[in-house]
Design a protein around this ligand. Structure first.
Ligand SMILES: *Cc1c(COP(=O)(O)O)cnc(C)c1O
Length: 378
């Protein structure tokens, strides 16, 4: 079976791990953690970065740092990996789910604006959701498949409603928005280094941004909110810091960021060209404002044949899989407030992801292409 996506760990990973072990700095203090933070800051064009134990942990502390707390609402698309919604729940806040735009699969600024205008009222310096009476505390665009959302209009709306923007940029390292890096697009941007992401640290995450004090607060929250070198802690913190072992792998991976993202983009455009014009097949979106990191590639087929297409491809040795089931359809979020979701609800089950490892050979990609053409011609 040609796998969907496997990590590419053929660089300096083993050497850096040996170096890390030999140094005895295997825990959350060490030169690889600092190096990973500096490299991630540069790669995202951010002034500062704090490394975390996972992307989910990064989202949790980023939301906490911008002031999300118990009883708040956070607006985010339902079309995301469940971790985005879970991070809101970890703050004892509630997700308020909205739809995505068809041309990007990201938060739709038009829907966001309508939602806030129609369903909130102003109470002093914040806005309150009419139905639930809860304060709206933040907005969290998801950079779906590594494609930044349309952040200029989203930023204008967020400013109008005094909402900090935390971007779930989990799979978007290497992407740009209108030629700009991720750092300036949101108050905080959260990257994941999980094993299925383009750049992995085995597991881990990072929170990047241009407000050095705010990123400092994030780092403080990840390290038990400890003040000084003794056992003084000024608030409830977390044990969310990345370890030097994870960072050793992450640093080796980041050395190849450009190569990996270029490979992901090549795979995407190869599939898009090969499948253009095939009846019943639509490509993943490529909005003009973004240069996507193209985390995953695949096709969109009909709602009646998606399961068959996946099964037939797997029978041919091509690991084709479904993509995220929307968060509002999952039991933990069955009762969370949500807007109408026409795009999300008609899209998600029709997605077929295709093999897109950065190390995918030309021959394997040729095989995937011929298998898809074959299955779709039935
Ligand atoms: C991977 C991912 C996460 C979670 O990151 P972890 O490092 O696995 O905790 C969150 N949101 C999105 C959109 C992701 O793709």
């Amino acid at each position: 079976m040609i796998p969907l996506a496997v990590p590419n760990i053929s660089g300096n990973e083993a050497a850096y791990l040996m170096e890390c072990v030999a140094s005895t700095y295997v825990s959350s203090v060490g030169s690889f953690v600092s190096r990973l933070e500096e490299t991630t800051a540069r790669a995202t064009n951010s002034s500062a970065c704090a490394a975390t134990s996972s992307g989910t942990a990064g989202l949790h502390v980023a939301l906490t740092a911008v002031g999300v707390g118990p009883g708040d609402l956070v607006i985010l698309p339902s079309f995301t990996f469940i971790a985005s919604a879970n991070a809101v729940s970890h703050c004892h806040a509630t997700p308020w789910f909205v739809d995505i735009a068809e041309d990007s699969w990201c938060l739709d600024p038009v829907r966001l604006s309508e939602l806030l205008r129609r369903q909130t009222f102003r109470a002093g310096d914040h806005w309150v959701h009419k139905d639930s009476g809860l304060r709206v505390a933040a907005v969290m665009p998801i950079y779906t498949l590594g494609t930044p959302a349309d952040m200029e209009p989203i930023g204008v709306i967020a400013d109008e409603f005094c909402l900090p923007v935390v971007a779930d940029a989990a799979a978007a390292i290497g992407a740009t928005y209108r030629g700009r890096g991720l750092g300036g697009l949101a108050r905080l941007s959260v990257i994941s280094f999980n094993g299925n992401k383009t750049v992995t640290a085995g597991g881990g995450g990072a929170v990047a941004g241009n407000d050095v004090d705010l990123v400092g607060l994030v780092r403080h929250l990840t390290t038990t909110a400890r003040v000084g070198v003794d056992y003084d802690h000024d608030r409830v913190g977390y044990n969310y810091r990345m370890t030097n072992l994870q960072a050793a792998v992450g640093c080796a991976q980041l050395e190849r960021l450009n190569e990996f993202v270029a490979a992901k983009r090549r795979i995407r455009s190869r599939y898009d060209r090969a499948f253009a014009g095939i009846p019943g097949v639509t490509a993943f979106p490529q909005p003009a404002w973004a240069e996507s990191a193209c985390w995953f590639s695949g096709i969109v087929v009909g709602s009646d044949n998606a399961d068959t297409v996946r099964t037939d491809l797997r029978a041919k040795g091509v690991d084709a899989r479904p993509f995220w089931k929307p968060a509002h359809m999952q039991p933990p979020y069955a009762r969370a407030p949500r807007d109408h979701m026409p795009v999300t609800e008609t899209l998600w089950s029709r997605i077929v992801t295709l093999p897109c490892s950065t190390g995918l050979t030309k021959a394997d990609q040729d095989y995937v292409v011929s298998a898809v053409l074959d299955v779709m011609a039935r």
